[in-house]
Design a protein around this ligand. Structure first.
Ligand SMILES: [Zn+2]
Length: 334
């Protein structure tokens, strides 16, 4: 039993399709007694495995919300074996504000797990997810993209977990997606991630980095929607009448597991990239430079790769603060 003060009007054990909300208490200057209404959809048919799907963990990444809203309307209970639970806008206030962080408490939802009932609103939502929803799940998918600040080659991603059986199950589901890359990453900007928490409970868990710079077109959304359907089919939860989506190329399995694969800017200024996504780089190779607008006579500061591989991600916003991640180097491992 959860001690959360959040609740849902949906019965997660009822067959059929239900649209409802997770309600979270809040109080504002213009509404003393108010609730946040975070959309929740449950599609269930009989006993079977449960998939738990998230979008909008970061508010400026809209591939997840669009894909999950489409999926929630299109999937019919007759196609389902077990249960699909969809949360298309987990950090609802951030999705509505087009911000990565919640405008209510300035928090990053993907650093707030597992959260607690006495936390700020972001941590309270995380706590409802970790104490009520994640225990129901056999598969967890958390859809991310580059948001405003990053460009990414499209990937399905995961940490390298200790349990080899869990790792091979996650890899099987990730390859079913059909994304260009399956990407193994490490945390370089803090813990408390939703996927990390679900992984730590032994749940097969997938994250993604689908699109870039808060921009998407039909190709990115098709990859997100079709890949997610493939994963649900691979998990035995969704019957696809039209069959699986088959990508032109099989996924490459790549990894950025060294701290030095994540290149942080040593100074603040205007970032000029010298490499593009997908370019191969050698250790020591310049990948970008920082210009100093206050000192026009200064040579720009060269930023170099510390590891060899290829550029899987780079910064999308030119104006850069010291410590911002400007590029990520990955290597093919299979
Ligand atoms: Zn994200």
């Amino acid at each position: 039993m959860s001690d959360s003060s959040l609740f849902t009007d949906l019965d997660v054990d009822r067959d059929g399709k239900q649209f409802g909300y997770i309600q979270a208490p809040r109080s504002t200057n213009t509404a003393g007694w108010a609730n946040l209404f975070i959309p929740l959809i449950v599609i269930r048919r009989g006993d079977g495995p449960t998939a738990l799907l998230f979008g909008g963990n970061h508010g400026d990444e809209y591939e997840g919300p669009v894909t999950l809203l489409n999926l929630a309307r299109y999937i019919q209970p007759e196609q389902v074996h077990g249960r699909i639970i969809l949360v298309p806008a987990l950090n609802l206030p951030a999705v509505q504000a087009n911000t990565r962080l919640s405008p209510l408490d300035g928090r990053n939802m993907n650093r707030a797990f597992p959260g607690s009932p006495s936390d700020t609103i972001t941590g309270q939502i995380a706590h409802f997810v970790s104490s009520v929803l994640i225990p129901l799940a056999d598969v967890v998918v958390d859809i991310h993209s580059g948001g405003r600040s990053m460009l990414f080659l499209p990937s399905v991603n995961m940490h390298r977990v200790r349990d080899p059986r869990q790792m091979s199950e996650m890899m099987r589901l990730a390859l079913a997606w059909g994304a260009p890359y399956v990407f193994i990453y490490r945390d370089v900007a803090g813990g408390g991630l939703l996927p990390g928490y679900a992984e730590s409970l032994g749940k097969p868990t997938l994250g993604t980095e689908m699109g870039s710079a808060s921009q998407y077109g039909p190709a990115t959304l098709k990859l997100t929607y079709n890949g997610l359907c493939n994963v649900l089919a691979e998990a035995g939860i969704l019957k696809l009448p039209a069959g699986r989506y088959v990508p032109a190329e099989p996924s490459q399995i790549v990894a950025s597991e060294l701290r030095d694969d994540y290149i942080m800017s040593p100074a603040s200024g205007i970032f000029e990239p010298l490499v593009e996504l997908g370019d191969g780089v050698a250790a020591g190779q310049p990948i970008g430079c920082i210009h100093f607008i206050e000192q026009p006579s200064w040579e720009p500061l060269i930023i170099r790769a510390k590891t060899e591989g290829f550029i899987i991600s780079r910064r999308a916003i030119p104006l850069t603060q010291q410590g911002d991640c400007v590029a990520v180097v990955a290597r093919r491992i299979a």
